[in-house]
Structure formats: structure tokens, C-alpha cells
Design a protein around this ligand. Structure first.
Ligand code: G6P
Length: 369
């Protein structure tokens, strides 16, 4: 997980493929099977303090903000605390109301993003308690926060975030488990989440190995790369997965991509669906499967091409291609669903001969306003 590129053609694919190990590093020493909880030594919150917070607000930019959206859902699911995520750059400009019973979480891979840092400082000026979820140890945001979680994903060299994204979501799962277990989450539920987390590295490895054997995602990506635009959709946890997937796709391939919550499709973007506009749909096999398949039927009725990321092959009347991935617990599936979308973006960029690791006009960490 170091900064060497080894035999890989690009850092981006190296960092995608090393996610079994980076997720393992995020988890290392933090799962407590005896008490079915997570240990997070750097949080700097006593159990009593942690119990007093009534809400969680997560702030970050770019992929960090999308990972935060998944983090908010994990906290609501497991700790039953209202949690929301928003872009730090918007937050800092609107004179936010800072509440004493809200736990603020700043997310940043680099720990140097100026908008995120400014949001942290504004919160602290108004008495807010801010913890960080950060990759780079000793970075400015890590030092500015009152405590936090290092994701330990190792140096990320590609401008497009991949391993820091998955490790950040894993860190939020640990935080949600920790907050849940000092509230209402049962030992049985805690055990279920711990088993799910422990299974993630092996399951990510399966996705990577399957692609090396079949080249299915690369083939799909080469087709998508020929289009002018690609729509990404998902519901609930699938929605931030789709947002991150679209962001990755557009930033490295320069093909326009846009993400929508599946149910919002009929409030606008459905007008664009035709045989020229493919949709990449996040379709986990969960309690929303019927809703998701009826969205696909609406797209198909307008002859829109569909690529599905799912837990089993979808019938061809719903999707032209399915990328099948292993199943985890519903709360954690988003981590696995993200990996094929990273590979789609990578292979589309390669097919178009883009500057994969350094997309034009972008910087790895944005330290100026
Ligand atoms: C830049 C990078 C993105 C990253 C964002 C936030 O825009 O290109 O990949 O997600 O900054 O960076 P941070 O280091 O704060 O996570």
C-alpha cells in the first residue's frame, strides 16, 4: 500500500486493486468480537460524551463528501442518530448554525483541503466539537480536529480517490458500530456487522480477480466511453455510490456523467433517456429490489441501454449487461458496489487514452480557494 507503482500501468488501477489490503488496514485492531463493538482509540470522546450527542453532521469535499453521505446513512442505520452530510465548501459560506449536541465530522483524504479546514475552524470558533476522518497522519485537518479516525489507506497518488473512499466508508461503519453499541444496537446486530466488515477484504479481492479473469468491466467501459453522456442511478445507499461513480467516470474519462437518485428520474432526466444515453444502475438485492427493477423497466420502455451492478444477473429485458458482485450485509454493500464503478471509470479512461492519474485541470488536494 506504499507509493511505488510496481508492475501497474497506472496508480489508479494499483490503488483500486490494493483495496483488499487498505480496507484490512482500516479495520486492523479495531474490531472487538468479545463485546461486538469497534475500538477507536483516537476519537477522544468518553462514552458519556459520545452518548450526549443527538445528531451527526459530516463535512467534506468531492469524494470525501460522497463517502460522508454513506457514513451518514450508516450512522442512522446502526446508531439511530439523525445524520447528514454536506459539502464543506457550501457549509462554510452560509453562516451555519452550530449546535452543542451535534457531533461534527470532517472528512479529508489529504487533510489539507482548504474548504474543509475552513469549515472545521468556523465550527470550532462557534464551540462545535469536530472529529476528523483523515488519511494523511499529522496533516493540517487531522491536527486541527479534536480527535478522530485515521483510515490508514497509505499514500494515494492518483488524483481520483479510490482506496481512500472505501476506507473512509469503512471508518464510518466502525464509528456507527461504536455509537450504536453505546446506544441501542444489540450484541447480535453488532456481531452481524463485525462479520460483514471482516468479510470485505476477501470480497473486494473477488471482484478484482473476477475482472482479471473475464475483462467484463473493461469491455463494458469501452462501450460506455463511446457515448456523449452516461447516467448513474441508485436508491438510498446506492445513491451516493452512483454519485461517486459518476464523478469518477467523468473526471478521468472526460465523458459527461451525471448521477441521480433513481426516484428522481421521473422528475427530469427521464426526458433525456433514449438509445444514445446509457444508464449505469446500482441494484443491490435488498428490500428495494422491486423499486429498482421498475425504474429499469421505465428506462427500457424508452429503449435506454442499461448496465447494472447487482448481486445476481438481471434478465436482459432489464439490463444489457450485469456486473455481478458478492453480497455482504445490506448496510455494507455500498463498499463493494463502489469497486466496479471505479474499474468502469479506469477502463473508460484507458480506452480513451486519457491522462489517467492526472486528469486535466484537477489537483489531488485543493489548498487554494
Ligand atoms: C480534490 C480531489 C478529489 C478529492 C477532493 C477532496 O478535488 O481531486 O479526489 O475527493 O479534493 O480531497 P480531500 O483530500 O479533502 O479528501
Amino acid at each position: 500500500v506504499g507509493a511505488e507503482i510496481g508492475d501497474h500501468a497506472h496508480y489508479l488501477v494499483k490503488e483500486i486493486e490494493e483495496q483488499p489490503r487498505t480496507v484490512e488496514r482500516t479495520l486492523r485492531g479495531r474490531l472487538d468480537e468479545r463485546f461486538q463493538t469497534a475500538h477507536l482509540g483516537g476519537l477522544n470522546l468518553s462514552i458519556r460524551e459520545a452518548r450526549e450527542f443527538r445528531r451527526v453532521k459530516i463535512l467534506g469535499c468531492g469524494s470525501a463528501a460522497y463517502a460522508g453521505e454513506l457514513g451518514a446513512q450508516l450512522i442512522e442505520d446502526l446508531a439511530r442518530m439523525p445524520a447528514t452530510a454536506e459539502s464543506a465548501s457550501e457549509f462554510r459560506y452560509r453562516n451555519p448554525v452550530v449546535e452543542p449536541d451535534t457531533l461534527y465530522v470532517a472528512v479529508s483524504q489529504s487533510g489539507e483541503t482548504v474548504d474543509t479546514l475552513a469549515a472545521v475552524q468556523e465550527l470550532q470558533r462557534k464551540g462545535g466539537r469536530v472529529i476528523g476522518v483523515v488519511n494523511v497522519v499529522g496533516s493540517t485537518i487531522a491536527r486541527q480536529c479534536d480527535g478522530g479516525i485515521y483510515i490508514h489507506a497509505g499514500p494515494e497518488m492518483s488524483v481520483a480517490a479510490t482506496k481512500s473512499f472505501t476506507s473512509t466508508v469503512v471508518a464510518f461503519a466502525l464509528l456507527a458500530l461504536h455509537l450504536g453499541r453505546i446506544r441501542d444496537l444489540s450484541p447480535t446486530e453488532g456481531r452481524r456487522i463485525i462479520a460483514g466488515l471482516a468479510a470485505l477484504p476477501g470480497q473486494i479481492a473477488e471482484i478484482v480477480e473476477q475482472e482479471k479473469r473475464t475483462g467484463w468491466i473493461a469491455e463494458t467501459a469501452a462501450e460506455l466511453a463511446q457515448r456523449h453522456s452516461v447516467l448513474f442511478i441508485g436508491r438510498r445507499r446506492g445513491c451516493p455510490v452512483a454519485r461517486e461513480g459518476a464523478q469518477k467516470f467523468k473526471e478521468v474519462s472526460y465523458v459527461h456523467a451525471e448521477a441521480y437518485a433513481s426516484a428522481e428520474l421521473k422528475h427530469g432526466p427521464l426526458a433525456l433517456v433514449n438509445p444514445e444515453l446509457p444508464t449505469v444502475a446500482v441494484v443491490p438485492d435488498d428490500d428495494l429490489l422491486d423499486k429498482n427493477t421498475s425504474t429499469l423497466a421505465e428506462i427500457r420502455a424508452r429503449r435506454g441501454p442499461v448496465v447494472a451492478v447487482a448481486h445476481r444477473e438481471l434478465p436482459t429485458d432489464l439490463a444489457d449487461r450485469t456486473i455481478v458482485i458478492p453480497r455482504n450485509e445490506p448496510e455494507l454493500d455500498s463498499i463493494l458496489l463502489s469497486v466496479p464503478l471505479q474499474l468502469l471509470a479506469y477502463h473508460a479512461a484507458v480506452a480513451l487514452e486519457r491522462d489517467v492519474d492526472r486528469p486535466r485541470n484537477l489537483a489531488k488536494s485543493v489548498t487554494v480557494e
